[in-house]
Write a protein that binds this ligand. Structure first.
Ligand SMILES: NC(=O)C1=CN([C@@H]2O[C@H](COP(=O)(O)OP(=O)(O)OC[C@H]3O[C@@H](n4cnc5c(N)ncnc54)[C@H](OP(=O)(O)O)[C@@H]3O)[C@@H](O)[C@H]2O)C=CC1
Ligand SMILES: O=C(O)CCC(=O)C(=O)O
Length: 408
């Protein structure tokens, strides 16, 4: 998917073959094996990957995913998307992404800690504050980042806060990072609804995924007055036509581990939930959920891609043909996370802390600028929004590579 999207943009930009190849292929792909002792005494070997797509514009930046379906191809695609995302937002980074093929939901706290520390040890030669900086993604969180920071810093002999972002505030993380991605999604949905003439107090939303991103997107939209009617996770979906009390649902999930069983809403088939009429549909979980099968049946006005890669290329063509769905592409929609990660890294480099309101104001300014650039480019060049956003990222990267020239 990532390669197909890139090729389409490269064709439209008529990129020269040499620069096209330099932009398309990752600079480095690292795979490591991590033997870890499980609680029952057995030793299991896990595969971990890190793909550093480009180093031309700065260190590579991107999350670390723990999921049973992690593969090197998925990580490479996510790293390429990170690249265009960082360039579009004007961050001085290339894209990177990592993943370990594991199921954190079946692993104890201790097993996850040992796996994370072993992966970090294996990665020490390839990461650094100026080379590659990780952050949370699916299946990882600020505790994971704290273990990486500790393992790396112990090796260095001093605290290296800038080695990861999305770490706890008490370890020089930044205010606002935990909620940044979902909050950014909520902000962009609000801005786009406003542009379409839909007042947030009359708008409705449906959200797939209630992890870090889905939860904070729901809370942010609810705070704007948007009625959140449907929410799903791996186990199922819940629906309330009059609007779900998102804070109450958060309490239910914190107690039970799932949205399923929430008393103030009805159970619904998660696939059916995606097809319900709403103003904003927000996939905030895994890839390829909007596809050739369901794209023609969506009844939303805005498709806000909080997840990475939720829409397949064939679904893109169907949505373009329809022309009635405003797609906020992933590399714009979920950029709030990496933008605040960048703020965290800058604060770490400066040994200076910003206030929460400073972080969140700067976040909204950057997202607003990116949204305007994408809309302007799409209109000026007659491109769909995903193509326009990707084109801006690719041009930025190609420009930097061109200026740096080729080593003889
Ligand atoms: N965290 C971040 O800052 C950023 C994340 N993203 C992207 O956002 C997406 C979500 O990440 P994040 O919230 O961090 O991950 P989390 O691990 O915190 O949450 C993932 C959520 O998705 C749910 N889920 C997983 N598979 C499915 C499925 N097949 N159907 C419905 N729900 C499902 C999980 O359900 P359950 O709870 O039941 O397991 C969980 O609620 C990913 O695509 C990630 O790459 C993008 C930018 C930044
Ligand atoms: O915060 C970051 O550095 C990266 C977040 C991420 O993985 C993403 O945007 O997909």
């Amino acid at each position: 998917m990532a390669a197909a999207q890139f090729d389409r943009v490269a064709d439209a930009l008529e990129l020269d073959q040499s620069i096209r190849d330099r932009c398309k292929w990752p600079k480095r792909i690292v795979t490591v094996t991590c033997p870890v002792q499980l609680d029952d005494g057995r030793v299991e070997t896990f595969f971990g990957h890190r793909v550093q797509h480009h180093l031309s514009r700065g260190p590579t930046k991107g999350g670390l995913r723990y999921h049973p379906k992690v593969s090197i191809g998925e990580v490479a695609a996510l790293a390429m998307w990170m690249n265009w995302k960082c360039a579009l937002a004007g961050l001085p980074y290339g894209g990177g992404k990592g993943g370990i093929t594991c199921d954190p939901t079946t692993m104890s706290y201790g097993e996850q800690e040992r796996l994370t520390r072993r992966f970090t040890m294996e990665m020490i030669p390839f990461i650094g504050v100026e080379t590659d900086v990780m952050a949370p993604d699916m299946g990882t969180n600020e505790q994971t980042m704290a273990w990486i920071l500790d393992t790396y810093s112990t090796h260095a002999g001093y605290l290296v806060p800038g080695i990861v972002t999305g770490k706890p505030v008490g370890l020089q993380g930044t205010e606002g990072r935990t909620e940044a991605t979902g909050r950014g999604v909520g902000f962009l949905v609000y801005r786009v609804l406003d542009r379409l003439g839909i007042s947030s107090s009359h708008a409705s939303a449906v959200i797939q995924g209630f992890g870090n991103v889905g939860r904070h997107a729901a809370l942010t939209l609810a705070a704007y007055g948007v009625k959140v009617m449907g929410i799903s996770d791996v186990k199922g979906a819940v629906w309330n036509e009059s609007g779900i009390d998102v804070k109450a649902l958060c309490r239910h999930v914190d107690l039970t581990g799932s949205v399923v069983g929430y008393a103030e809403a009805e159970a619904m088939d998660p696939e059916e939930m995606l097809l319900q009429e709403c103003d904003a549909l927000i996939p905030a979980a895994v890839e390829r959920v909007i596809n050739g099968e369901n794209a023609g049946k969506l009844q939303c006005r805005v498709l806000a891609e909080a997840a990475n890669g939720p829409t397949t290329p064939d679904a893109d063509l169907i949505l373009e043909e329809r022309g009635d769905v405003f797609v906020i592409p992933d590399i714009l929609c979920n950029a709030g996370g990496v933008i605040v990660s960048y703020f965290e890294w800058v604060q770490n480099l400066q040994r200076f802390n910003w206030s929460r309101s400073e972080v969140l104001t700067k976040l909204e300014t950057k997202l607003q600028q990116s949204l305007e650039r994408v809309i302007y480019t799409a209109e000026k060049r007659g491109m769909p929004f995903r193509m326009a956003a990707t084109a801006l990222g690719v041009e930025e990267t190609a420009g930097a590579k061109g200026m740096r020239g080729l080593f003889p």
